[in-house]
Design a protein around this ligand. Structure first.
Ligand SMILES: [Zn+2]
Length: 140
């Protein structure tokens, strides 16, 4: 069955899909990503969805040179655990950075980027990535 995405539909979905929405536990107060019905820290089911901070620091990372079909044009990929400014941790790939320049403690911000292309159907998927947060320079 054909499934058509109208521009209006894409625009509406953009709001919920492209924001960085995670969970916040009402019992222990911790935030986490992705959102889930049970707090991964204390097991409480009293969890609400919140919009997470979009900036944070690289806590740890790994570089992979072996990538799946559909990701080949993006190799190597650097995956990082980013600790957001509100304390949530997000596992996501980095973008717009040379792998050898990635370091722990590097400040990054969340961006929405193409993550997969289906060559047979021309499908493009989007997801959260993080890119270096460049210090503001005068004259730019
Ligand atoms: Zn909790």
């Amino acid at each position: 069955m054909a499934y058509r995405l109208s521009p209006a539909r894409l625009w509406r979905e953009k709001d919920s899909r492209y924001r960085l929405v995670g969970g916040m536990c009402r019992r222990c107060g911790r935030r986490f990503y992705p959102p889930r019905p049970v707090c991964p820290y204390c097991g409480s089911k009293s969890v609400e969805r919140v919009e997470l901070a979009r900036q944070g620091v690289v806590e740890t990372f790994a570089i992979t040179y072996t990538v799946q079909e559909g990701f080949r044009d993006q190799a190597p990929i650097v995956y990082a655990i980013v600790k957001l400014d509100d304390g949530a941790r997000v596992f996501a790939p980095l973008t717009d950075v040379e792998p050898e320049k990635v370091h722990t403690g590097m400040r990054v911000e969340a961006v929405v980027r193409r993550v997969r292309v289906d060559d047979d159907h021309g499908l493009i998927a989007y997801g959260i990535k993080f890119r270096p947060l460049r210090p503001a320079k005068s004259g730019q």
